[in-house]
Design a protein around this ligand. Structure first.
Ligand SMILES: Cc1cc2nc3c(=O)[nH]c(=O)nc-3n(C[C@H](O)[C@H](O)[C@H](O)COP(=O)(O)OP(=O)(O)OC[C@H]3O[C@@H](n4cnc5c(N)ncnc54)[C@H](O)[C@@H]3O)c2cc1C
Ligand code: FES
Length: 264
């Protein structure tokens, strides 16, 4: 498939997850890997990068959280509606061949691509500790899917409504202190990922983070997703990058740029 080629298909299934998240099942064989994204297109609403949250049997999934005009329009789609996309794009998570135990730390819709990764890892016989935090129990995503995949699911919430009242990096810290973990993967709010990358570095454990920035072309042409001050282009050199590299990026965990390039 050429990078600039749009595919348009009809949605096979639309599933409302907890919170404001909707999962779309798209009947197309992408040959994606966990961590990669597609540029999803809704005529009249534009095009946005969205991580792939699963792929099997000639279908792939994306899970979109309704926060603004594009994502709200996506969440109103119904089975049989048309959707456009191009991709898959970007780097992917890498499961080391020599690993036995992996920890994954997700938050918000970041748990979607991590679910895809966890399913691949357990299918390869790896032990997976899937750590997820949310504000409340009602906002936890994909926990049943992870249990079915055979992952050990460790939950926490800000209000204590499910699991301990703490943040997911606190749970990771305990896991790293009590188990032999070969690699850590994280996707979610940047403040959380920064803490996860720091903890992994301290423990001398390999780590990969999914670093997202406002994207326009998705294929390394427009420069919109380049980060201060090492100039890494996150649509092609990312979104999945080593935790140590993320910690070298000045804006990681502190600011990003909007569609006009203004710091937010
Ligand atoms: C590589 C990559 C992968 C992505 N994967 C996903 C994915 O799997 N699922 C998904 O839902 N989105 C994903 N996004 C984000 C997505 O591209 C859009 O930014 C998001 O859908 C919001 O677009 P919008 O036009 O609806 O709202 P916008 O107008 O862009 O945003 C509306 C408001 O919400 C804020 N906002 C934007 N995103 C969030 C957020 N996640 N949480 C809270 N507030 C937010 C904005 O700052 C703004 O104030 C990904 C982005 C990248 C770069
Ligand atoms: S979005 Fe255009 S270069 Fe990355």
């Amino acid at each position: 498939m050429k990078n600039d080629e749009f595919i348009v298909v009809r949605l096979e299934e639309v599933h409302r997850e907890s919170g404001d998240t909707t999962t779309l099942t798209i009947p197309y064989k992408l040959n994606s890997k966990p961590g990669q994204f597609v540029m999803l297109w809704l005529p009249g609403k534009g095009e946005k990068p969205i991580s792939i949250s699963g792929e099997k049997e000639g279908k792939f999934q994306v899970s979109v959280c309704a926060v603004g005009p594009f994502s709200e329009a996506v969440s109103k789609l119904k089975k049989g509606d048309k959707i456009g996309f191009r991709g898959p794009f970007g780097t992917h998570f890498k499961i080391p061949k020599d690993s036995t135990s992996l920890a994954m730390v997700g938050g918000g819709y970041g748990s979607a691509p991590l679910s895809y990764l966890a399913e691949e890892a357990t299918a390869q016989g790896k032990k997976v500790y899937f750590i997820e935090g949310a504000r409340t129990k009602a906002r936890l995503l994909f926990t049943e899917r992870m249990k079915q995949a055979g992952a050990e699911v460790l939950l926490c919430t800000d209000d204590g409504s499910e699991g301990p009242k703490c943040y997911s990096p606190d749970v990771l810290k305990t896991v790293l202190e009590t188990h032999k973990i070969d690699k850590v993967f994280t996707c979610g709010p940047e403040i959380m990922m920064k803490k996860v990358a720091e903890l992994s570095k301290e423990a001398k454990i390999r780590c990969e983070v999914s670093m997202e920035r406002y994207m326009k072309c998705g294929i390394g042409i427009c420069g919109q997703c380049c980060v201060d001050d090492i100039g890494l282009c996150l649509c092609t050199n990312g979104p999945i990058i080593p935790g140590d590299l993320a910690l070298e990026i000045k804006e990681f965990g502190s600011y990003h740029r909007d569609s006009t390039g203004k710091k937010v």
